[in-house]
Design a protein around this ligand. Sequence first.
Ligand code: HEC
Length: 146
Amino acid sequence: MSALSRPNSDQSSLVIPSILLIGVLTVLLVALLTQIHPAHSDNHAALSAPDPAAVSAGKTVFMSVCATCHGVKATGIKGLGKPLIGSVFFNGHTDAELLKFVQTGRPVTDPLNTTGVPMPARGGRPNLTDTDLANVIAYIRSLNAK
Ligand code: HEC
């Protein structure tokens, strides 16, 4: 009787070490994944984190030019300019692409125009330099990163 039940109890005595092993492996896996994840998002932040000097210069440009239509918080003004925070267009384009976009604007004849209101080239200020525009893009990036 006891000889028969012994193999069974041996088997069940393996259950606890097995659970422990699975538990340890799970903890290791989770640790590994959470290690990879911050490293990945750090990388991402490093790629998209704008230069603080550019952000600060860009804020000045934004407040004096873009805010008229896009709002002081870049949340948009109905009938004037679209929100730039959470904008799929803004967040879906590179800095270089956005620079080109702001240089040319988006006339009402552009199929991408959704409001029937034109986005003027350089925000309607031809005297803005490409550096001014790059800075303003850095500023809007910083707002979207918050
Ligand atoms: C005279 C008003 C006006 C000014 C000034 C202006 N914009 Fe715009 N902007 C618009 C309008 C209107 C649109 C949306 C056009 C459309 O219907 O697609 C737009 C669209 C945009 C978009 C695309 C948003 C999207 O989700 O499609 C970006 C980016 C943008 N503007 C950046 C800027 C920047 C940067 C400045 C300052 C240099 C600026 N704008 C100044 C009116 C303006």
